[in-house]
Every structure is written in structure tokens, then in C-alpha cells.
Design a protein. Structure first.
Length: 237
């Protein structure tokens, strides 16, 4: 004997209630798990190209503006065991623009040295961009940005700074940006004029929490459909 409409409706409500209870428990468990607070900061370094390899012309030329923007997590832990040297895999997004040429990445590192000589650098291992004059962009960029102070007075500690460093605190001629290509001699070199705090550099990725919510919603819909089919039984012909 086929179940009545009331029985089907009652069973469906019970199944949905159980499903939602399970989902709430999963979400509560996830929210209760310990998490590290992320503090995103963006620095924008700007300067002017002062030397360039002929192979990069006319795409990149002397006098072109050089802009490097990078967003990083200021709470990232130091991975260097050495005293006075900080190494931080902190960069979450990065963009370079030299004239009309652009390159980008979703990772990178920052180095901080507080010693007899001070230094601040931005390093990159996964930079992507178009080839220029038959030269492919080198994925390993070390460094993209470098600030040097041989007097050892520009930096007070090897902690990751959350305030943009001032190029004027470093030695004249010791602050520069470099964009390197596959041939080690093919580079665009720029002086650094300013480093300021700016808006986050965009990355076309779904945040981890957004992806988790998306997966949960898909699971809820799928489970509800399967539960509905099991309660109502196979379709009658």
C-alpha cells in the first residue's frame, strides 16, 4: 500500500530537519576550530626605469614608470633561524607594471635584515607575464625590490614591517627595482621614488571560507534531493 500524502510530507520534514541539524553542527565545528587572524597590508613602490636591455625595447624603455604593488599578511611568522634576518612567505598577491608591460603572481616573500648593514627586499618565484623581444619572463625574481643601508640605521628589527619603508632612509643609489628575463643580462632596472600604503592587489581566487560555504551548500542540496527520492520511492509509471 502506497504511503499517504501526510506520511510522505511528515517523513520529508523529518529528513530535512535532520539534514539541517547536521549542517549546523558541521558549521559550528568549523567556526569553533582555532584560526589565525590575517592582517592584509598593501605596499606600492613606484619609480622610473633608468636602464634597460635593448632586447626589451620598445616595450620597455628608459624613462618608463615602474610600479610594484604587493599585498601581504602582516602576521606571517619568520622562517629564518638567523638573528637579525627575517624571512617571510607573506605575499598573497603581487602586480608589476613597467610602462605598458604587466606581470603578476599570487605568492612571494619579503626579507628584512637588521645587522651591521640593513636591507629590505621583495622576492618572487612564480611571476608570470608575456615574453618581450623573444625573452621570456623569469619566474624567479630576486629581488624585485631592494632597499640597502650600509650604515645599519634604517631598520630597527628584523620583524615584518606593517608600515611602508621610506626609500629616503636608505642609501642613495641603493634602492632599486629589477624585472628579469630568461637571459640573466636582460633586465629592466629602476630607481625607487616612493613606497606607500595602497589598496589590496586583486587576485582572481575564491577565498577559502567562500569555497567551504559553497561546498556545504552543494552538499545540502544534493543530500536533500537524495533524501526526497528515498522517501517518495521510485517514480510510478
Amino acid at each position: 500500500m502506497a504511503p499517504s500524502r501526510w506520511e510522505v510530507t511528515s517523513k520529508r520534514k523529518t529528513a530535512v530537519r535532520s539534514l539541517l541539524t547536521g549542517v549546523v553542527a558541521v558549521v559550528a565545528l568549523g567556526s569553533a576550530a582555532p584560526s589565525r587572524v590575517v592582517q592584509l597590508v598593501t605596499f606600492v613602490a613606484e619609480g622610473t626605469v633608468d636602464s634597460v636591455h635593448p632586447a626589451l625595447s620598445p616595450t620597455i624603455q628608459v624613462g618608463d614608470p615602474f610600479r610594484l604593488g604587493y599585498t601581504f599578511d602582516a602576521t606571517t611568522a619568520d622562517t629564518s633561524p638567523a638573528t637579525g634576518i627575517g624571512a617571510y612567505d607573506a605575499i598573497t598577491s603581487l602586480g608589476v607594471q613597467v610602462g605598458t608591460y604587466t606581470a603578476s603572481s599570487s605568492s612571494g616573500g619579503i626579507s628584512v635584515q637588521d645587522s651591521f648593514a640593513d636591507a629590505y627586499g621583495v622576492w618572487q618565484t612564480e611571476l608570470t607575464g608575456a615574453a618581450v623581444g623573444g625573452q621570456t619572463l623569469d619566474a624567479l625574481q630576486g629581488p624585485l625590490l631592494q632597499l640597502n643601508d650600509p650604515t645599519g640605521t634604517a631598520i630597527r628589527s628584523d620583524a615584518l614591517p606593517g608600515i611602508a619603508p621610506n626609500p629616503a632612509d636608505f642609501v642613495s643609489g641603493g634602492t632599486f627595482m629589477v624585472l628579469a628575463f630568461s637571459d640573466a643580462s636582460v633586465i629592466a632596472h629602476a630607481s625607487v621614488d616612493t613606497i606607500t600604503t595602497g589598496p589590496p592587489v586583486p587576485v582572481p581566487l575564491l577565498p577559502a571560507w567562500g569555497f567551504g560555504v559553497f561546498v556545504i551548500l552543494i552538499a545540502v542540496v544534493g543530500a536533500f534531493v537524495l533524501g526526497k527520492r528515498r522517501i517518495e520511492g521510485p517514480a510510478r509509471s
